[in-house]
Design a protein around this ligand. Structure first.
Ligand SMILES: Cc1ncc(COP(=O)(O)O)c(C=O)c1O
Length: 353
C-alpha cells in the first residue's frame, strides 16, 4: 500500500521530560492517516502530529460510529523495538469494527501503519523498563451528513506517545467501588467492542468514584447487579484457594489482550485458571473465610495491577496489602520481561522492528 511521508522540520523530543511521564498527555512527532471512500482505501499519509480539520456535521461527532485500539511498543534487547501482540490487537480491532459496521482495514495496512510510525519516531520509545510508547490506532465515520445512516467515508489514524504509569499510585494496590445505579454493558450491546460510547457512559460513575477516593469502578452485570464483569479499563482476576477465576467472555466485557496473555502464562505454569461467572458476594465470602488470596486487574495500560480495596453496598474488602501478591508479581515480572526482551518469547508475541 503506497504511503506518502511528510516529516516534521524540528522534533519536539527535547522538550519532553521522560522522568516525569504520565499517561496520555504527550505525543510523538508524527501521525498516520488513511481515508476510505465507498470501498476504496486511499494512499496512507504520515504527517507531523497536530490538529485535524473536521466538518461540524461530521457523522462521528453526532452518532459516535468509531472504534479504537490501545497497544504498546517497548525498548527491546539489542536496540530493537517490540510491538506487543500486534496481530491480536488487529483481530480485536476488526471485531469491534464489525459491531459498528465499519469496513475492515486490511491487516497489512493496519500493521504497516503502526510499524512505519513507530520506526519513524523510534527515539520516542522510552528506554526505561517501566515506560513504553503507547499506540492508539482509531477509525471514525467521516460523512458530512446529519442523519442516522451507515457512513460511506471513514478516516483511520494512528497517534503514539510515550507513557509512564497508568495509575498515579504507580503499581500500588488500587481501590475500587461498585456502582449499582449505572451499568456498563448488556449482551447484544457494544460492551465487547472497543468503542468510544462505552467509555462515555462511564464518565459520570468514574467522576463519582474519583471524588470518593477510588481509582476505578468495578462493573457488575446489568441485570442482577451481582456478577463481577470488569474494572474501568481492565479485566479482573481473583485468586481463591490457589485458583485464578476471571469472568467469562460472554459479550459484555472487553476481551483483553493482557487477560489472554495472563491466562496463557498461568496455565503454562500449572496454575488452575477458570473462566466463570463470579458474584461479588462470593468474593466477599472468600475474603471472610480467608480463601481470597489476591485480586488483580489486567490491561495494556497498567499491565497487572493489584487491587487492595473493594467497596460494595456499604461493605468493603480491605486486602490490607501494600504490595503485589506472588502470582500478580510473577505475571507482572514475566510480562514486562517479555516486553523488553529479558525473557524469551516462545509464543511469538513480539513484533520486532
Ligand atoms: C473496558 C476495558 N476492559 C479491559 C481492557 C483490557 O484490555 P487489554 O488487555 O487488551 O488492554 C481495556 C483496555 O483496553 C478496557 O478498556
Amino acid at each position: 500500500m503506497p504511503v506518502s511521508i511528510s516529516k516534521i522540520s524540528k522534533s519536539k523530543l527535547d522538550s519532553v521530560n521522560f522522568d516525569t511521564l504520565r499517561f496520555g498527555d504527550t505525543f510523538s512527532d508524527h501521525q498516520y492517516e488513511i481515508r476510505y471512500h465507498k470501498g476504496v482505501w486511499a494512499e496512507g499519509q504520515v504527517m507531523p502530529y497536530g490538529p485535524i480539520q473536521l466538518d461540524p456535521a461530521l457523522s462521528v461527532l453526532h452518532y459516535g460510529q468509531a472504534v479504537f485500539e490501545g497497544m504498546k511498543a517497548f525498548a527491546y534487547a539489542g536496540g530493537k523495538i517490540n510491538i506487543f501482540r500486534l496481530d491480536m490487537h488487529y483481530k480485536r480491532f476488526l471485531r469491534s469494527c464489525d459491531r459498528m459496521n465499519i469496513p475492515h482495514i486490511p491487516q497489512n495496512v493496519f500493521e504497516d501503519s503502526i510499524k512505519e510510525l513507530v520506526n519513524l519516531d523510534r527515539k520516542w520509545v522510552p528506554t526505561d523498563k517501566f515506560k513504553s510508547l503507547y499506540l492508539r490506532p482509531f477509525i471514525f465515520a467521516a460523512d458530512e451528513f446529519l442523519g442516522v445512516r451507515v457512513a460511506e467515508n471513514y478516516r483511520y489514524m494512528v497517534i503514539t506517545g510515550p507513557v509512564g504509569n497508568y495509575y498515579s499510585e504507580g503499581i500500588k494496590p488500587t481501590r475500587l467501588t461498585t456502582f449499582p445505579e449505572y451499568v456498563r454493558a448488556v449482551k447484544g450491546g457494544t460492551g465487547e467492542a472497543k468503542v468510544p460510547g462505552n467509555y462515555a457512559a462511564t464518565m459520570k460513575p468514574n467522576a463519582y468514584a474519583a471524588q470518593n477516593g477510588y481509582s476505578q469502578v468495578l462493573w457488575l452485570d446489568a441485570f442482577e447487579h451481582k456478577y463481577v464483569e470488569e474494572v474501568g479499563t481492565s479485566n479482573i482476576f481473583f485468586r481463591i484457594n490457589d485458583t485464578l477465576i476471571t469472568p467469562p467472555l460472554e459479550g459484555t466485557i472487553l476481551p483483553g489482550v493482557t487477560r489472554d496473555s495472563v491466562i496463557y502464562l498461568a496455565k503454562k505454569w500449572g496454575i488452575e485458571v477458570v473462566e466463570r461467572k463470579i458474584t461479588i458476594d462470593e468474593v466477599f465470602q472468600a475474603h471472610e473465610d480467608a480463601s481470597l488470596q489476591e485480586i488483580f486487574a489486567t490491561g495494556t495500560a497498567a499491565v497487572v495491577s493489584p487491587v487492595g480495596f473493594i467497596h460494595h453496598n456499604g461493605a468493603s474488602i480491605d486486602l490490607n496489602q501494600d504490595e503485589m501478591g506472588p502470582v500478580s508479581q510473577k505475571l507482572y515480572d514475566t510480562l514486562t520481561g517479555i516486553h523488553h526482551g529479558e525473557i524469551d518469547d516462545p509464543d511469538n508475541w513480539c513484533t520486532l522492528i
